[in-house]
Design a protein around this ligand. Structure first.
Ligand code: AMP
Length: 551
């Protein structure tokens, strides 16, 4: 796996053994690699990271300086990913019989692509996968039949894509055995879409003609073969969807659904109660754990409860090393690098940060995920996904860290200057009670001149100013996907944050070490804050976003 430039830079003198690798190659972050990645993006085709040609960049939902990270990848990597996908159904089949007797209703989407200055495509890993020959020309497999034709998935307009996929799902409702999306947030977006569009969908089914809002010729062509007038089905959908109560809607519309295929681990756990509400508590197997950098592994006991999900890393996906995660340990330096452990050396009950070496040329790269070893499958450790390092707020694939939130607050508070007002304290909350979820920021203000305090309109603009300074993944979700709602600022009464501290201290926090939590989710704290809200403000419009990168 070692690549040409690495041999030179770290003076490996031709050595390819594990000890030389471990002693000479340093652990890196994305920022360390950025100069090399930029060279590749600018068109340098020499073997900088990998001896194989870089075929494209995968844009990770992790960001650096506000932009999506660019992960180089090579042609053969697609087959490796396909290998992991091909194992999912055989595992599922051990637990759920008869999955070859029907279809999966999956909501899959592609996103806009960009080109780097050197001409390489940059797009999300799933967009790359859905557009690949491995996906588009997959051989027939009775266990992997889905209701969405390729044309409906391969449309970059998210409304047309969702509309036609939902329509197919409704038409084939009795054949559907599993309902899914990649992440839980995606499936809930589909349910919200249905709430907003069921009348038009039912009308299409009644008349057998496709809504004129779907303009893509290829979708129209393939839907013409599927959509036939069906008055009875249209009435059934109207009956179910016009009922105010949407509890169990998934099993009402798709009565043969055996499970929901969505990831509900990590930040997606916040959606479990809503999924249970809409599905009457159907099982939610989390089948795989993967990233743009590398696919990692799969869940060998997919029917376990979400809180007990463990993933088994597949050693053939890359070379995996583990940094013991101990927040209280002294920081390491180049002179005293940390010791990275191999899969075989891990201990149950301990947390580790994942470090990967990939076939595409990332060497000892820190992914940023913290994993807990829960046990072993034969000798292979199994991992619970604990969290992503430094992520404060997340609604779907967006990841906002503390420094980004701080910067956004600073930018927004510039608008308060002319009112001699400043933000003295703040905290945040990812509100996912309604779909799409949105960021809520609690502000305590110091208004020096009450006769000239900021108006509601100014505070609305502060919401937009915050959104403008959040990263591109956030802005894309707001603008292109509508999967995040307008940011909200809730101004709280003066003294609220002191009360918050009193509350924390009453629960055992140390006065000396108390820090305002920059993100809250604990119900009593939410209640305390919400009881003291004096005004609420929302972004009046969407922030700026285009598929092109800013830098
Ligand atoms: P991306 O960079 O957009 O490819 O996102 C990859 C990241 O998503 C991983 O590093 C994890 O933080 C998160 N992720 C992927 N799969 C899972 C999973 N099954 N459970 C929890 N988090 C996941």
């Amino acid at each position: 796996m070692l690549r040409l430039n690495i041999f030179k830079t770290y003076q490996l003198n031709g050595a390819t053994d594990r000890d030389s690798f471990k002693s000479k190659i340093p652990m890196v972050t994305y920022e360390d690699l950025q100069p090399e990645i930029q060279r590749i993006a600018n068109g340098d085709k020499s073997p900088i990271l990998s001896s194989r040609p870089i075929s494209e960049f995968l844009t990770s939902s992790g960001t650096s300086a506000g932009e999506r990270k660019l992960m180089p990848t090579i042609e053969e990597e697609m087959d490796r990913r396909q290998l992991l996908y091909s194992l999912l159904m055989p595992v599922m089949n051990l637990y759920v019989p008869g999955l070859d007797k029907g279809k999966g209703l999956y909501f899959y989407f592609i996103k806009a692509e960009a080109k780097t200055p050197g001409g390489l495509v940059a797009r999300p890993v799933l967009t790359s996968y859905y557009k690949s020959k491995q996906f588009k020309t997959r051989p027939y497999d009775p266990y992997n039949v889905i209701t969405s034709p390729n044309e409906t998935i391969l449309c970059v307009d998210s409304f047309q894509s969702m509309y036609s996929q939902m329509l197919c799902g409704l038409i084939m409702r009795e054949e559907v055995l599993r309902v899914g999306a990649v992440f839980a947030s995606g499936l809930l977006r589909a349910i919200r879409f249905l709430q907003l569009n069921w009348k038009e969908l039912a009308n299409d089914i009644a008349t057998g003609s496709l809504n004129h809002k779907v303009t893509s010729p290829s979708i129209r062509e393939c839907m013409a073969k599927i959509l036939k007038p069906n008055q009875e089905l249209a009435e059934f959908i109207t009956n179910e969807c016009s009922d105010e109560n949407w509890e169990g809607i998934i099993t009402r519309l798709w009565p043969n659904t055996k499970y929901l295929d969505v990831i509900v681990t990590g930040s997606m756990a916040q959606y479990i109660p809503t999924l249970d509400y809409y599905s009457g508590g159907l099982p939610k197997p989390c089948t795989m754990y993967a990233s743009s950098e590398c696919y990692f592994g799969l869940n060998l006991r997919p029917m376990s409860k979400p809180s007990e999900v463990s993933y088994t890393i597949m050693p053939n996906m890359g070379y995996f090393e583990f940094l013991p995660h101990d927040p209280s340990a002294p920081a390491f330096s180049r002179e005293s690098p940390p010791r990275l452990l191999d899969l075989a050396d891990l201990e149950a009950g301990k947390e580790y940060e994942l470090v990967i070496t990939t076939y595409s040329g990332l060497n000892r790269y820190r992914v940023g995920d913290i994993l807990l070893v829960t046990g072993f499958y034969n000798k292979a450790p199994q991992f619970r996904f604990v969290r992503r390092k430094n992520v404060l707020l997340s609604i779907e694939s967006d990841k906002t860290d503390e420094s980004e939130l701080q910067k956004a607050i600073e930018n927004a508070s510039l608008l308060l200057r002319e009112f001699s007002t400043s933000v003295v304290e703040y905290t945040s909350y990812a509100d996912t009670k309604i779909i799409p979820g949105h960021y809520v920021i609690y502000w305590e203000l110091l208004v020096k001149d009450p006769a000239n305090s900021p108006t509601g309109e100014v505070l609305n603009r502060c919401c937009l100013a915050m959104e403008e300074s959040l990263n591109s993944v956030y802005r894309q979700s707001r603008v292109a996907d509508n999967s995040i709602g307008p940011l909200e600022i809730r101004v709280v009464k003066n003294g609220t944050f002191e009360e918050l501290m009193d509350y924390a201290i009453s629960r055992g926090a140390s006065i000396n070490q108390y820090k305002v939590p920059r993100c809250v989710s604990f119900t009593p704290i939410m209640e305390l804050l919400d009881c003291r809200v004096v005004s609420k403000h929302f972004s009046p419009s969407a922030p700026h976003w285009t598929p092109e990168r800013r830098s």
